[in-house]
Design a protein around this ligand. Sequence first.
Ligand code: ZN
Length: 72
Amino acid sequence: MRQLLGKIPIKYRNVTEEIYLSEFVRCQNCQATVPTGIEVVTVRKEGNSKTIIKHGWFCRGHGAEYATRALG
Ligand SMILES: [Zn+2]
């Protein structure tokens, strides 16, 4: 299960943070493995190609800020 919460355009051109709700995530901040966490994929789009430049996983607590921004 992976559910897109929202996409956040960030300051650089063509770069977007995609925020997902994902199952069985190991938080990179506190190392806890949680049944449902936040996955953050930073992608750069150039023409038709899409490159993942950063990939992060967080528990609900550490990913709360991302989730709030994605839904806001
Ligand atoms: Zn955490």
